[in-house]
Design a protein around this ligand. Structure first.
Ligand code: FES
Length: 163
C-alpha cells in the first residue's frame, strides 16, 4: 500500500487533468517507482486514483514498453533493435551485455540489478547503436562505453546499499 501522502498527491494530479486517462502513465510510473514494478496491488491503486478499471489500465500497461507487470532489476536496459541500430551493431551490443551481465534477453542479472529488454527506435538513430536505461538514453555504444555506464550504475547502487 502506498503512503497516504503519495496517494493524495497522485489524486490531485489526476484531478487536475481534463481526463484522468491523460495522467494514467505518469501515475503508473510513480507507482512503479514505489513498488519496483506494477504489481496487481499497484494496478488496483492506480485504477482507484484514476477512476479507471484495472482492465483499461492493463491495456495501457501492455502498450507501453516501460511499464513492467513482472519483477525487473533496479536498472532496466532497453536496447534498440530497430533498423538503424540493427545495422550499426545491435547484435554486438546485445551479445556483450548478455556476457557481461550473465543474463539473456528478457532476463535479469543474478545480482538482480539489471534487466535486458529490446525496444523499438528510441530516436537516437544518428547515434546508433543506442540503448536506454531507466529513461536515460545512451548512443554510439561500444564495449568500453557500456563498461563505463554499467560500472557507474553498479558503483551507485553499492553506495546506496551502504547508506
Ligand atoms: S533505430 Fe535505434 S534509435 Fe532509431
Amino acid at each position: 500500500m502506498i503512503p497516504e501522502e503519495m496517494r493524495s498527491a497522485l489524486a490531485r494530479k489526476a484531478a487536475s487533468a481534463e481526463s484522468p486517462r491523460e495522467q494514467a502513465i505518469d501515475v503508473m510510473f510513480e507507482l512503479q517507482d514505489h513498488y519496483g514494478y506494477m504489481t496487481d496491488e499497484a494496478m488496483e491503486e492506480a485504477a482507484g486514483i484514476l477512476g479507471m478499471t484495472t482492465l483499461e489500465l492493463e491495456e495501457l500497461a501492455t502498450f507501453y514498453d516501460h511499464i513492467y507487470r513482472s519483477p525487473v532489476g533496479r536498472y532496466v536496459i532497453h536496447v534498440c533493435d530497430s533498423a538503424v541500430c540493427w545495422m550499426e551493431g545491435y547484435q554486438r551490443i546485445i551479445d556483450y551485455l548478455c556476457q557481461r551481465l550473465k543474463l539473456t534477453v528478457g532476463g535479469t542479472s543474478p545480482d538482480g540489478l539489471f534487466t535486458l529488454l529490446p525496444v523499438c527506435c528510441i530516436g537516437y538513430c544518428d547515434r546508433a547503436p543506442a540503448m536506454m536505461i531507466n529513461r536515460n538514453v545512451y548512443g554510439r555504444l561500444t564495449r568500453e562505453k557500456i563498461d563505463r555506464i554499467l560500472d557507474r550504475l553498479i558503483e551507485h547502487s553499492q553506495f546506496h546499499e551502504m547508506e
